[in-house]
Design a protein around this ligand. Structure first.
Ligand code: ADP
Length: 490
């Protein structure tokens, strides 16, 4: 009997397929990068066809690597880069233009033109801070610049985030749907009544006829026909929410922190009140007909990316993995503070005018001090996100970590020291794909929700080793540095 799960993990720079057993062991994995398209400064696009082709290629490669066929796959789960916007023709299935990627800032002027009242209403209804990052203004831009409003109103066009685009294609145009976690990133979804919001649709003049239907995350979304086998697609979930589920952070008080290019902290929450500290409220997932689970989300724009800059920009390291030994070769950063606000600051500052800065340099500053300060900066920024959650009343008792930079033990020890809580690195660090796989397995009935708590295992725990006074003193020093980097560009 088929008992493997294929997670299609469609990310910002690559498409991946990971084949899992129900308990979360990896059987095979295939990955393919695809082109990033930068037509103008601040614009980022993907070809929807590239996304689809690379995703299907990795699926076939993963099957081959696992030496299994379509009939061995019990179900498919989809997790995806969020907010990225595609519009396609319902009839032909052809995309009308390239996808506008979440990082794309072309619609910032449209967002800046919103009134304070409109921003407040957006925040209250969607849990999001009004921003060009989310899908709403990207849909508006595509409709305007490709002259599509009338066709959209007549129902000739479909809007979707990447999950919907994949789903439509995998089901041969049968299914135009998404799940609640992805819907909550469009800035058009009301997180209180769990519906597309009429006020927001009117505000952005987006026709209802182009919207996908919205389902629970473990629904039977449709079937993918491969080699004469019909494989049920049994989950759709945004990547950060999937990672939270894959880390078995299922209840309030449990949080996951992904150290990738940027850092994202998510924690399930019972309250859906808008944060006063710059955190987003979002939908984590929905299982069956149960009420959707809300989550708070904090974001750090530059996380592991600071190591990429030390490597590619300054050339003071060859590989990100060297950074741990370099940082540990010195007892401290010798007074150096590095604020990597290359693209402004996210939670809790949301300061787009802040810029990167190193302060405290002397003639005795070495490369190792700078590398150490860069890793410490990742930990300082994430500490501020957790502090924001605590100020909002959330409990954060431990942190489960994943993402490329979670390989760095020095970073995780710093994080434990600054936060004063244990940092847990799991056995399976492919949390995003695992979350989508478990969500699908749940939908298909291969596992039960309680099994996830058993399957998830910590491999290593980092315990705090400094006093709370010392941690407080270090955070105050960090904040002094941040205050000098804020509101720098005019
Ligand atoms: P994303 O999914 O955002 O592309 P990944 O989770 O693949 O990111 O992580 C990649 C990031 O992790 C890169 O920015 C890289 O610099 C960083 N990274 C990888 N290995 C290490 C390491 N050992 N120490 C610190 N950072 C690392």
């Amino acid at each position: 009997m088929a008992n493997l799960i294929a997670a299609l993990d469609q990310g910002t720079t690559s498409s991946r397929t990971i084949i899992f057993t129900p308990s979360g062991d990896i059987v095979a994995m295939a990955q393919q990068d695809y082109p990033q398209i930068y037509p103008q400064p601040d614009w980022v696009e993907h070809s929807p066809q590239n996304i689809l082709d690379s995703q299907l290629d990795t699926f076939k490669k993963a099957l081959k690597q696992a030496k299994v066929g379509a009939s061995d796959i019990a179900c498919i789960g989809i997790c995806n880069q969020r907010e990225t916007t595609v519009i396609w023709e319902r009839q032909s299935g052809k995309a009308v233009a390239n996808a506008i990627v979440w990082q794309d800032k072309r619609t910032a002027p449209a967002i800046a033109a919103l009134s304070d009242d409109q921003r407040k209403i957006i925040h209250q209804k969607t849990g999001l801070v009004a921003d060009a990052y989310f899908s709403a203004s990207k849909i508006r831009w595509l409709l305007d610049h490709h002259n599509l409003q009338a066709r959209a109103e007549q129902g000739e066009l479909c809007f979707g985030t990447i999950d919907s685009w994949l789903l439509f294609n995998l089901t041969n145009g049968d299914v135009h749907a998404t799940d609640v976690s992805n819907a909550s990133r469009t800035m058009l979804w009301n997180i209180h009544n769990h519906q597309w919001d009429d006020y927001l649709l009117t505000l952005f003049n987006i026709p209802t006829a182009m919207l996908p239907s919205v389902k629970a995350s473990n629904s039977h979304f449709g079937d993918y026909q491969l080699d004469g086998t019909s494989i049920p697609i049994h989950s759709v979930i945004g990547d950060q929410q999937a990672a939270t589920f894959g880390q078995a952070c299922l209840t309030p008080g449990q949080s996951k922190l992904t150290y990738g290019t940027g850092c994202f902290l998510l924690s399930p929450t019972e309250q859906t009140v808008a944060s006063s500290r710059g955190l987003l409220t979002t939908i984590g997932w929905q299982i069956d007909q149960q009420p959707p689970v809300s989550a708070v989300e904090g974001s750090v724009f530059i996380g592991g990316a600071v190591l990429q800059w030390l490597r590619d920009g300054l050339g003071i390291i060859q590989h990100a993995s060297e950074s741990q030994a370099m940082a540990e070769s010195v007892p401290d950063s010798n007074g150096v503070m590095f604020v990597p606000a290359f693209a402004g600051l996210g939670t809790p500052y949301w300061d787009s005018q802040a810029r990167g800065m190193m302060i405290g340099l002397t003639r005795s500053t070495s490369k190792a001090h700078i590398v150490r300060a860069a890793l410490e900066a990742i930990a300082y920024q994430c500490t501020e996100v957790v502090d924001a959650m605590r100020t909002d009343g959330a409990q954060v008792n431990e942190l489960r970590v994943d993402g490329g930079a979670s390989a760095n033990g020095f970073l995780l020890q710093q994080q434990a020291d600054l936060l004063g809580i244990p940092i847990l690195r799991p056995k399976q660090t492919e949390s995003t794909a695992l979350g989508a796989a478990w969500m699908a397995a749940l939908g298909k009935g291969l596992i039960k929700i309680d099994d996830i708590n058993q399957y998830w295992q910590a491999k290593q725990t980092f315990e705090p080793q400094i006093s709370r006074d010392e941690a407080g003193e270090r955070m105050r020093q960090w904040q002094r540095a941040v205050s000098r980097a804020k509101e720098w560009v005019k």
